[in-house]
Design a protein around this ligand. Structure first.
Ligand SMILES: [Cu+2]
Length: 335
């Protein structure tokens, strides 16, 4: 009888431990909101999400050195007739997740992008351009490796993005109504492979995780260029403040390749050194960012989260606008 009670108590303890590991929701079950594809869902579960992302860029950089406008323009010591001075990129990202089985979660991401860029000219003028449209929609499958695999319970993701965003955005410039440069275009124009691997480990009062994720264009688009590969490695630590709040710190390294091929519509602008943003070899770079974040989980299941990241180091193929900050605010609801 005693043994039976002990066994029952142990069984109950094990069951509740499992239940709390898989079912109990904690604010830090989800990675900081800037991380995509960090979790899966139980069979039959849906999740809706919305993210607002604002990337602010100001000043040009070449390598790790910040450049003055005069070091970009031919009126100074530079090579170009126009220099970008700053750019804001806003992305509204709608997400839908659904788990058809316990071992498979599907995720659709629908971005809407708004860009705004300011420039100065060697003649002393200034002008702004804007672009906005639907971006590249992606579909991703997420699942965990089995406990007996070499990477037990690591979460993998494999997906594809579709060329739903365009690369034909135009606006008024001093040269007339022109096709905007690479950095102002919305979509890649190509199918992109998305691949990632990560893990989030929860402990009693804290959690930590890591994710490696890359986006790889599969082919040139119909304007004869291929956007560069991108890869990000993230590692985070989060601390539970109470049942609804957690705070996090994250370090991330992002690498972006230059573009291959070139858009013939920029041939003249490139040949005359009009502006660095039409050069496919001035798109790449690497950055190390530090981010702080907060996750909030309401008892109704609604989640709100915020993350703010600033580069600690960046090395760009320049002149190219440097990143100053990235803000991500998000809402999520699973049901
Ligand atoms: Cu989800």
């Amino acid at each position: 009888m005693k043994l039976f009670l002990k066994g029952a108590a142990l069984g109950l303890a094990l069951f509740s431990a499992c239940a709390s590991a898989t079912d109990a929701t904690r604010p830090d079950d989800h990675a900081p909101i800037g991380v995509m594809g960090d979790h899966t869902h139980h069979k039959g579960e849906w999740m809706l999400s919305y993210r607002y992302m604002l990337m602010r860029m100001e000043d040009n950089r070449d390598g790790t050195k910040r450049l003055d406008e005069s070091e970009v323009l031919i009126s100074g010591t530079g090579d170009y007739r126009v220099a970008p001075t700053d750019m804001d990129m806003v992305m509204h990202m709608l997400g839908v997740m659904y788990a058809p089985t316990e071992n498979l979660t599907l995720m659709a991401m629908i971005p809407y992008v708004e860009n705004d860029m300011d420039h100065v000219t060697a003649m002393g003028g200034a002008f702004s351009t804007e672009s906005s449209n639907l971006g590249d929609i992606s579909l991703t499958a997420l699942s965990s490796f089995s406990k007996t695999s070499p990477l037990p319970e690591w979460l993998w993701q494999l997906g594809l993005s579709f060329p739903t965003g365009d690369q034909d955005q135009r606006d008024l410039t001093p040269m007339g109504n022109s096709v905007l440069p690479y950095s102002m275009q919305i979509g890649s124009g190509s199918y992109n492979l998305i691949a990632g691997l990560g893990k989030n480990v929860s402990r009693e009062r804290d959690a930590f995780g890591v994710q490696l994720r890359g986006i790889f264009p599969l082919d040139k688009n119909d304007d004869d260029y291929k956007v560069g590969n991108r890869a990000t490695v993230s590692a985070w630590y989060s601390r539970l403040l109470n049942q609804s709040f957690s705070v996090s710190v994250r370090g991330l390294y992002e690498f972006r390749d230059n573009y291959s091929g070139e858009d013939p519509r920029y041939a003249m602008a490139q040949a005359t050194n009009l502006v660095p943003t039409v050069d496919p070899d001035l798109r790449g770079g690497a950055r190390f960012d530090i981010a702080v974040g907060v996750n909030w989980l309401h008892s109704s299941g609604h989640r709100l989260a915020l993350e703010y990241q600033v580069p600690a180091w960046q090395d760009l193929d320049g002149p190219q606008l440097e990143t100053d900050s990235v803000l991500t605010v998000g809402w999520q609801l699973a049901f």
